[in-house]
Design a protein around this ligand. Structure first.
Ligand code: ZN
Length: 205
């Protein structure tokens, strides 16, 4: 895992796409010894560099490694292009960069929130995916220290999406199938339409 030489920044890793076996197979725990190695610490930096500007969460299987490790960052500048009403409805607030190792998720509020989401491993598409409104995550951070959080809104969605990756699941297994659209068409036809109306129109056919 240690690359053995200094890398030029920023380095973007290749992101595996749907169909790669690593995305459809449960990943394995990271030991604390493994986590402390320079190789894994550098891998975390490379995952953040890969994520920045293109997404809000990245799981190790997406870069081809079957490890239970996720990086998340949803910085305020990423919200500038999003309709403020949508941000409010999504419960989306900035989330600082952090790492979850061996995370375990439990549902706090099973009521479902439905919004379009996309995935760097299902490039070019989006779908409406029901997700629990609130979840609790227990994990260790990149230093190996225990971490526990209760998440609501968009952050809860990010956690469910990313931790699904560790179990070999993509959002396509949870989506409302008739809402699966290209990212381009989601912008052209559906970006200003309330989710309830999108569901009514796409699912009534
Ligand atoms: Zn994803």
């Amino acid at each position: 895992m240690d690359v053995g030489h200094q890398l030029d920044w920023p380095v973007r890793l290749r992101i595996e796409q749907a169909g790669a076996p690593v995305l459809h197979t449960p990943a394995r725990d990271v030991s604390l010894e493994q986590l402390a190695t320079p190789g894994v610490q550098q891998l975390i930096e490379m995952m953040f560099a890969t994520l920045r500007g293109v997404g809000v969460g990245l799981a190790a299987p997406q870069i081809g490694l079957p490890l239970r490790l996720v990086v998340i960052e949803d910085p305020a500048p990423a919200h500038a292009a999003v309709d403020p009403d949508l941000l409010l409805a999504q419960g989306r607030v900035p989330v600082e960069p952090h790492v979850l190792v061996n995370p375990v998720l439990t549902v706090e509020d099973a009521e479902q929130a439905e919004f379009f989401e996309g995935c760097l491993s299902v490039e070019g598409y989006r779908a409406i995916v029901p997700r629990a409104r609130s979840v609790r995550v227990r994990a260790v951070d990149r230093t190996g220290a225990p971490l526990e959080r209760i998440a609501i809104g968009w952050y809860a969605r990010i956690l469910q999406h990313e931790i699904d990756h560790l179990d070999g699941r993509l959002y396509t297994e949870r989506m409302r199938a008739r809402t699966f659209v290209t990212a381009e068409n989601s912008r052209i036809f559906w970006s200003d339409v309330p989710v309830a109306e999108v569901l009514e129109r796409l699912e009534s056919g």
